[in-house]
Design a protein around this ligand. Structure first.
Ligand SMILES: [Fe+2]
Length: 229
């Protein structure tokens, strides 16, 4: 959903903001002042919940595309480099993935690449496949804090990221392949970035990725991210 101006939304009650994001699974806004972009999305994040640190520690993360060799170990960049990132849940390696993601564009880069958004409920999975989402067990790789989990279940969030989830049996492999095939058939929404654009994503219900299969991001792209629990 295109929601308009960030400054107007900072004056809204928090439950109304949550509702706006939850309606479609995401909300697009525009900052009025690019210089204050980081501080503005911090204020927005504080309204939505508790900002959480990413793997590198800072609450406000700076995301730039990396070639595979220079990327942080086990990150999506280490696997995919400048190529497209498959659709995933952010923080799938955590016990409970972040509720919301805030992304804000400082620079789209000389080769602008869209962010893709796909509601999990719109993947068109069959009843049997939805059953496997709750039944098939995956190893969630997170070093010494690795654990076992499913894609969905009796909880409010989905968990899907082939970068950190390993199927431990045939059922897991089958549902993982089915979701990948569904993603290929689905028509994810595309967010084309301009400086000052802000995107709030319901990370519990919506998968996101970077670019389509034949796209490559440029290293001058700069996106800010805050994860929120
Ligand atoms: Fe992500």
């Amino acid at each position: 959903m295109d929601g308009g101006n960030l400054a107007q939304h900072l004056a809204l009650p928090a439950p109304q903001l949550v509702d706006l994001i939850s309606q479609d699974g995401w909300l697009r806004l525009q900052a009025t002042c690019i210089e204050n972009l980081g501080e503005d999305i911090r204020a927005f994040a504080n309204l939505l919940g508790r900002p959480d640190t990413g793997r590198d520690g800072p609450i406000l993360e700076q995301l730039t595309p990396h070639i595979t060799e220079s990327a942080r170990a086990k990150s999506l960049s280490a696997i995919h480099g400048l190529s497209s990132f498959p659709l995933h849940t952010d923080g799938a390696h955590r016990a409970r993935p972040p509720r919301f993601l805030l992304l804000a564009c400082v620079r789209p880069g000389i080769l602008p690449v869209p962010t893709l958004l796909q509601r999990f409920s719109d993947l068109g999975l069959t009843i049997e496949q939805r059953g496997l989402c709750s039944a098939a067990t995956f190893l969630i790789k997170n070093g010494r804090r690795s654990f076992y989990s499913t894609i969905a279940g009796d909880r409010p969030y989905i968990r899907f990221d082939e970068g950190c989830m390993v199927a431990i049996d045939r059922a897991g492999k089958d549902i993982s392949d089915a979701i990948t095939a569904s993603q290929a058939r689905a028509e994810p929404s595309e967010v084309h970035w301009g400086a000052g654009d802000i995107l709030a994503i319901d990370n519990w219900r919506v998968l996101h990725g970077r670019g389509r299969a034949d796209t490559h991001a440029s290293v001058d792209r700069l996106i800010l991210r805050i994860s929120i629990q």
